[in-house]
Write a protein that binds this ligand. Structure first.
Ligand SMILES: *Cc1c(COP(=O)(O)O)cnc(C)c1O
Length: 370
């Protein structure tokens, strides 16, 4: 059995990606060209939306979605305190005020009743985060949003291909995806906005290219949010094989589940009924009854050559730069606070086979079950 290091994530780029990138290089059309359109088509198809608009990153996708929905100063946006910092930064970039809804302990996504409790006269939007590839409770969140007239901006950065019932994430409101290097589908850097709303799509298309409607005819002051065709070319084969990518992640998660199910003191990832988990991360909780702490387990794995990650070690607003800001309202979220001290993500990416997964299982059992 090999004892090569096992990384928490690995980029998988093959001959198909290389061939398409070379095609772009030889075509001379490097930006916002046919490859970008092809990548957009794969997202339309996958998400079942009328539109998919490629932008330069997942963060840009969130900012663009919120901006075209008219979110700005004086508005409140509710999101999860247990997310990557980009979710928070994107909301702040619009000038809106952020409020936080606590999360469901089992699936790590925002609780609909908590969203409801944070709603007030200024609330304009909710940003559920499909954390680790597990969709949030979109059915109930959609009901609340409809009743209150809120926009839904899904942070689906980690969840391309996940579904709720028979609906793909990204189809419940305005969907925001990241194509960053570690995500399930990557173009290095990149992002995508999905929507059924013609006007939202049109406005983002305008804003991403300096507000230019026709050559040197500017309709609005815009930005440069463009994606290159070199980047888009990388993503196309991965989107075409997305089912295979997800199946490999789920198979690895199944094998981790089978090997770790009886380890005392840890909680394995929960798969919410009716919501498919695409396992961007396989995240366990190391509880107070476990034989060692979360950080000790991570150190033990590191000694065995196995990478792991803490996503995320603190609540997203729990940093000096967000303290004492009137636009960051620190609502109490005790469940999220407790969970951030317990989570540890184990490698689950498609580059791993049964042997590597068994090594991870053995190393975890070594620390906690022997
Ligand atoms: C990666 C990520 C983002 C930001 O995407 P970038 O492409 O890195 O800008 C936003 N939200 C979540 C939950 C993410 O994981």
């Amino acid at each position: 059995m090999s004892d090569a290091p096992i990384a928490i994530s690995a980029v998988q780029i093959g001959a198909a990606e290389e061939a398409l990138v070379l095609e772009v290089l030889r075509s001379g059309h490097l930006v916002q060209g046919p490859m970008v359109e092809r990548l957009e088509a794969t997202f339309r198809e996958r998400c079942g939306t009328a539109h998919a608009v490629a932008v330069s990153s997942g963060t840009t996708a969130l900012v663009a979605a919120l901006e075209v929905l008219g979110i700005g100063p004086g508005d409140e946006v509710i999101t999860s305190p247990f997310t990557f910092v980009a979710t928070l930064n994107a909301i702040l970039a619009t000038g809106a005020t952020v409020r936080f809804a606590d999360i469901e302990a089992r699936d790590f996504t925002i609780r609909p009743d908590e969203v409801e409790a944070r709603c007030g006269p200024r609330t304009r939007a909710v940003v559920p985060v499909h954390l680790y590839g597990q969709p949030a409770a979109m059915d109930t969140i959609c009901e609340i949003a409809r009743a209150r007239g809120l926009a839904i901006v899904e942070d689906a950065a980690q969840a391309i291909g996940a579904t709720v019932g028979d609906r793909p994430v990204g189809s419940f409101g305005t969907g925001c995806f990241s194509l960053y290097a570690t995500k399930n589908v990557t173009t290095g850097e990149g992002g995508m906005v999905t929507t059924d709303d013609d006007e939202v799509a049109d406005r983002i298309r305008l804003l991403r290219n300096q507000g230019m409607r026709d050559r040197y005819d500017y309709a609005v002051p815009g930005h440069n949010w463009r994606l290159t065709d070199l980047q888009a070319a990388l993503g196309i084969p991965q989107m075409e094989h997305l089912d295979r990518i997800i199946a490999a992640r789920v198979a690895n998660a199944d094998r981790l589940d089978a090997g770790l199910g009886d380890v005392p003191g840890i909680t394995l990832p929960f798969r919410a009924p009716g919501r498919t988990h695409v396992f961007h991360q396989y995240t366990i909780r190391v509880g107070p009854d476990a034989r060692c702490t979360r950080d000790e387990l991570a150190a033990h794995l590191a000694r065995a050559g196995i990478g792991s990650g803490v996503y995320y070690p603190r609540l997203v607003h729990d940093y000096g730069c967000y303290r004492d800001r009137p636009d960051v309202v620190v609502d109490p979220t005790p469940i999220a606070a407790a969970i951030s001290a317990e989570v540890l993500s184990l490698p689950v990416h498609p580059g791993l086979g049964a042997c590597e997964i068994d090594r991870i299982v053995d190393a975890v059992r070594d620390a906690l079950a022997r």
